[in-house]
Design a protein around this ligand. Structure first.
Ligand code: NAD
Length: 476
């Protein structure tokens, strides 16, 4: 492909989709059915604020209903538009198929800069937006289940859940109408950090495969790897925190709206985050050099680049200068189709968005199941599991006494083994399992097919195959 013009986000997703389906043997017409977005609803509504009516524009796009409910976040940003929500909804379809979350793809957005409004104003706006969507079943526990995305979080999800409940007072499953809620409002342990945690698990899995590490021209483990992160929001912060604090990677660069921080010896992720919260940006942070043109730091030398902010940041204008041998797309669509071509030719390994940031929807799936079953994970088994483990420990202690100095239990074994898994541990286990299996399904295609030379095409092949199978089973 030699597109001289930078494709839009939607076109990028379609181009990547097309590259994959060209390698598949789908029945005539099915390819088009899967590619197109089923429907996009645009709503304009007014909210009285500060003595006058303000009009807002929002979208909810449904890409594919081969499985229902459809699922996808709601974004609050000034850049929200139809092209963007449709691209994001399509990615959700492929993402859910890849990680076997039983949903179709959807996405929503509101064109708003949330930083310009007070909390009570945002509540009024969110409730009104939720009302407009819910009355058309675009928020519904069995039809369309939103989640947080850029500019939204637990707080907004709690408002949406409450709004839906007020409109559907007898729906026993009302709380399952949205995920990413706070735990005291029907949420699940581990959801806030799920996407960043998923990025960490994805990289851990990547580094379990010597062939893949070699393909990126890297060596060894995550320990000591130099990492640059763009966007220290929900996803970027948690990914950077876990990678540095648990895997000993070194975060050398952090790129934010107001520039970038760089320190080859490593940045303290918690300290930078605290600085951003207090000063509304990275400017002035002491232990690093500051680059006013943050985007140039994407081009710095590093081992792993994690774009975790917004789409299109690695494009045809800077792709040639990107030095990172491994890019993991924590954001949706950070690499345009044009840049993807350039990077592939350079041999850069890209762990694609539809897989890399699927941790969020995976844990959202667990939350939705928890809401429908009306019981916290682990509540029935935990103490029973502990009692059974106690039996083993009792026997080991008997052996310990019998063998005297010849053998003893490893320190901490007893405490660790005796503790039954709580909800957080179960969520992490389910997420880790999901990320491992999905990676393996992609890499299998990547390495076994001669006509597939990248993980993104492999990911599309796996997910389109699953969506196609689902349509076929329905008789379409
Ligand atoms: P967020 O709003 O919490 O954080 C975004 C961060 O990026 C903020 O810190 C913001 O200041 C920064 N940012 C914005 N514009 C920037 C720019 N031009 N340069 C550098 N930094 C900039 O959003 P999030 O939830 O972390 O989402 C980030 C990305 O991850 C999005 O692409 C989103 O679609 C994707 N994603 C999020 C989730 C989730 O669970 N939140 C799940 C899957 C994918």
């Amino acid at each position: 492909m030699t597109n001289l013009k930078e494709p839009s986000f939607r076109e990028s997703v379609d181009l990547m989709f097309n590259r994959a389906v060209a390698l598949m043997d789908l029945p005539p017409g099915l390819e088009e059915k899967i590619r197109v977005c089923n429907a996009t609803y645009t709503v304009r509504f007014g909210v009285r604020l500060r003595g006058q009516i303000h009009t807002f524009t929002g979208y909810r796009s449904v890409h594919s209903e081969h499985m229902e409910p459809v699922k996808g976040g709601i974004r609050y940003a000034m850049g929200v538009n139809q092209d963007e929500v449709e691209a994001l909804a399509a990615l959700m379809t492929y993402k859910c198929a890849l990680v076997e979350a039983p949903f179709g793809g959807s996405k929503g957005g509101l064109r708003i800069d949330p930083r310009e409004y007070e909390e009570h104003e945002l509540e009024l706006i969110t409730r009104r937006f939720a009302y407009e969507l819910a009355k058309r079943d675009l928020i519904h526990p069995s039809q369309n289940v939103p989640a947080p995305d850029m500019g939204t979080g637990e707080r907004e999800m709690a408002w949406i859940a409450d709004q839906y409940k007020r409109m559907n007072t007898t729906d026993i499953n009302a709380v399952a109408c949205v995920t990413g809620k706070p735990q005291n409002a029907g949420g699940i342990a581990g959801r806030v950090e799920a996407t960043g945690r998923g990025v960490q698990y994805a990289l851990q899995e990547f580094f379990r495969h010597p062939e893949d590490i070699k393909a990126a021209g890297l060596k060894g483990t995550l320990e000591g790897k130099r990492v640059i992160v763009q966007g220290l929001g929900n996803v970027g912060f948690h990914a950077a925190k876990f990678l540095s604090q648990e895997d000993d990677a070194i975060i050398t660069g952090i790129i934010e709206r107001d520039g970038a921080l760089f320190n080859p010896d490593g940045l303290d992720v918690d300290a930078v985050r605290a600085w951003i919260m207090k000063h509304d940006g990275v400017t002035g942070y002491p232990d690093a050099s500051h680059h006013a043109d943050g985007a140039t730091v994407l081009e710095e030398d590093c081992d792993i680049l994690i774009p975790a902010a917004l789409e299109g940041v690695i494009n045809m204008s800077n792709a040639k200068r990107i030095k990172a041998p491994l890019i993991i797309e924590a954001a949706n669509g950070p690499v345009t189709a044009g840049a993807d071509d350039i990077l592939r030719q350079k041999g850069t390994v890209i762990i694609p968005d539809m897989y890399a940031n699927a941790g969020g929807v995976t844990v959202s799936y667990f939350e939705w199941v928890k809401n429908l079953s009306h019981i916290r994970f682990g509540r029935m088994q935990r103490r029973q599991e502990e009692a059974r483990h106690q039996l083993v420990v009792d026997e080991l202690e008997r052996l310990d006494r019998y063998l005297g100095d010849a053998w003893s239990m490893t320190p901490q074994f007893k405490d660790k083994y005796l503790r039954g898994a709580d909800e957080l541990e179960l969520v992490r286990s389910g997420l880790d399992d999901t990320m491992r299996i999905a990676y393996q399904s992609m890499r299998e295609v990547w390495h076994s097919r001669k006509d597939v030379d990248d993980l993104r095409t492999a990911a599309y092949l796996v997910s389109i195959g699953k969506v196609a199978a689902s349509y076929r089973a329905k008789g379409l």
